[in-house]
Ligand binder design. Structure first.
Ligand SMILES: NC(=O)C1=CN([C@@H]2O[C@H](COP(=O)(O)OP(=O)(O)OC[C@H]3O[C@@H](n4cnc5c(N)ncnc54)[C@H](O)[C@@H]3O)[C@@H](O)[C@H]2O)C=CC1
Ligand SMILES: O=C(O)[C@@H]1CCC=N1
Length: 250
């Protein structure tokens, strides 16, 4: 059995990913505070559910998917020593997690919301004894990248965890731009979605892509001048820096 503590956005995205990947959902348990919410999860995903109060984690594999600030409360409501604790909490280091929840092995992972479509890229670190098992579990929700340490998970959070929200804002702005110059919204949205799909398939370095698209005296060069004039590159760089710094304050 694999247990997930929490039934929020990320927990549900992981459940969807596991289901897509044909994980045996009867061997998944969801643990939470609210009986009604647990009943809904049970119906939606065909999993077993358990109330958090007094839940015994002994020898179990647990994915912790609650709010980072809930760590203290969780530690007071559960009992026992888990086999492996997989934490997806932003900003909570392995050392900190170890203080609150007892387990033989610890893994810290940073997936993203694309887990729901088995398309997350998940950064993972922790005890090498369970590296293979961690890679196996998180491969159900997409690709897995093993990183060196906790700090790299915080850095990955800025790109992988939060990244979909940043790209959503950029995508929305691109589509708005299309509407501004005269496209129907439906077409602008379709083209923008298509752009992201096309981009994900181009197997080249980022600078190579830019060089191949930017023709002398062309349309792209005009757009790039506007981006550079408005410090788009520096702004995005600072977005990543600020997001990383915030994870250190959670
Ligand atoms: N939303 C995202 O895209 C990503 C989120 N994460 C991490 O996943 C975790 C969950 O985030 P979301 O699903 O977005 O949040 P959410 O707000 O959708 O869900 C939070 C869950 O935590 C539970 N919870 C909150 N306080 C609690 C407490 N005191 N005791 C017990 N349970 C409590 C809630 O009942 C809920 O099930 C966070 O630690 C976040 O940093 C990581 C990667 C991506
Ligand atoms: O915004 C947050 O704090 C979480 C962590 C990464 C994505 N969502």
């Amino acid at each position: 059995m694999l247990y997930i503590v929490g039934y929020g956005e990320m927990a549900k995205a992981i459940l969807r990913g596991l289901k897509n990947g044909k994980w045996d959902m009867e061997n998944v348990g969801v643990v939470g505070r609210n009986e009604e919410k647990l009943k809904n999860i049970e119906k939606e995903f065909n999993v077993k559910t358990f109330l958090l109060d007094g839940f015994d984690i002994t020898d179990k594999e647990i994915i912790l998917a609650v709010k980072p600030y809930a760590l203290t409360e969780i530690s007071m409501r559960i009992k026992g020593v888990a086999n492996t604790l997989y934490s997806i909490l932003a900003g909570k280091s392995l050392t900190e997690i170890e203080k609150y929840i007892k387990a033989k092995f610890y893994i810290r992972a940073m997936p993203n919301i694309a887990a729901a479509f088995s398309a997350s890229t998940t950064a993972v670190t922790g005890d090498v004894e369970v590296k293979k098992r961690a890679e196996e579990i998180f491969s159900y929700i997409g690709d897995v990248v093993w990183v060196e340490n906790d700090d790299e998970i915080d850095m990955a959070t800025a790109i992988i965890g939060s990244g979909p929200a940043f790209l959503a804002i950029i995508a929305e702005a691109v589509s708005d731009g299309g509407v501004y110059i005269g496209l129907k919204r439906e077409i602008a949205n379709k083209l923008t979605k298509g752009l992201f799909k096309s981009f994900s398939k181009i197997d080249m370095n980022f600078s190579e892509i830019k060089d191949k698209v930017m023709s002398p005296k062309g349309t792209t060069a005009e757009g790039i001048l506007e981006m550079e004039d408005n410090k788009a590159r520096g702004t995005i760089l600072k977005v990543i820096k600020k997001t990383y710094e915030k994870s250190k304050k959670l």
